[in-house]
Design a protein around this ligand. Sequence first.
Ligand code: MN3
Length: 242
Amino acid sequence: MERRKFFKSVGLLTAAAYIGPKVFGNEQIQVKAPGIEGVPAPEFPPLPFAYDALEPYIDARTMEIHYDKHHRAYYTNFMNAVKGTALEGKPLSEIFSTISKQTDAVRNNGGGYYNHLFFWKNLGKGSSGPSNDLSSAITKSFGSVDKFKETFNTAAKTRFGSGWAWLYLGTDKNLAVASSPNQDNPLMDLSPVKGTPLLTLDVWEHAYYLKYQNKRADYIDAFWNVVNWDEVNRRYQQALKG
Ligand code: MN3
């Protein structure tokens, strides 16, 4: 089974369920559902592709440091921040819905843990593009798919300092684009933009500096070559039901 289809069939709702190991070609990886929509995984979840899978658009060295150092630190610090508290074992969506009452450690590291899990899953090569349903919704909200990309690019380019760009389904069931500072996201109660995230891009310098240095715009343009639209389409269908 092709890996993307495998992940799709596994779904994300069985948060801590152990599924692996599975062999994909020559590559053996431990597969666990990553807890994006459930409780935090008991172990740091695997990257769903090899470090060099997104070359040349996102280089292997950046992916390795980004996943194994930055993301892992958010995971570890988040797990330590909730250990022994009422938040331990709670679904991330529930924690985010009361994040204004939590510590900075929970907000920053919980956001960092979740946002990167979410980001990895919307990266990959070989998907064809938005589904007919998603294309129609994009056209309704932005005028066209190209205009949507321009809007998203502007949000990503103009986020001052560190943060994320998002396509999300708003509470009015319309698509919208926004950026968030630091490790905030549209699931957080204190976020000025609220909704169900569908696609994200990390615009922290650690996400692109080794290859692109100060040229954030070039990294943003390259990103469109490695969007896993199959995952974005799946999230859209799921968000409509939610
Ligand atoms: Mn990052």
